[in-house]
Write a protein that binds this ligand. Structure first.
Ligand code: FMN
Length: 146
């Protein structure tokens, strides 16, 4: 990430209750209000995820469900990185989901990294030059989409 870009890593997925449209119509849970505020404050969102059981990890899908009514992703510059062993199912599903919630996503801001364990070391450093280049290109396209 370029030095002039400030970013935070959201760590609250585990505290977000299961999506319930009934509650959303009334008073949404504080964790959900907090998530929506963070999304509103951000110029752009990067979603980076593995695939679980041939699908989108439940915690991520749950959080995204809470943003349907709030429109938090509508027109929001978004990048999607699916980093997994296979990951194709989750990646394709997320492209559809992000389309449904009107995220500003393009082929240039989506990247599927397969066999990720052979491309990133245990400290999180990318060790595969091709993946490094693809990530740089994605970040550039993401920033240009602001
Ligand atoms: C419960 C579980 C289910 C998984 N299912 C899939 C899957 O369907 N497809 C896939 O590509 N990887 C799957 N994986 C492996 C993830 O891709 C792997 O955890 C991912 O590469 C992230 O690496 P890490 O676990 O070292 O963080 C699964 C992992 C777990 C723990």
């Amino acid at each position: 990430m370029p030095n002039d870009i400030n970013y935070t890593i959201y760590g609250g997925f585990r505290y977000i209750p299961a999506f319930d449209p009934g509650i959303d119509n009334d008073i949404p849970p504080v964790e959900v209000v907090d998530l929506r505020e963070k999304l509103a404050q951000a110029d752009g969102i990067i979603i980076c995820t593995p695939e679980y059981a041939f699908g989108v990890p439940g915690a991520l899908k749950n959080a995204l469900d809470w943003t349907v009514f709030s429109g938090s992703f509508s027109g929001k510059p978004t990048a999607l990185i699916t980093a997994s062993t296979g990951g194709k199912n989750a990646h394709e599903a997320l492209i559809k989901i992000l389309g449904a919630i009107d995220a500003k996503l393009s082929p240039e801001t989506t990247l599927l990294i397969q066999f990720v364990r052979s491309k990133i070391d245990t400290h999180g450093n990318v060790t595969d030059p091709d993946t490094t280049q693809k990530l740089k290109t994605l970040i550039e396209a993401f920033i240009n989409s602001f």
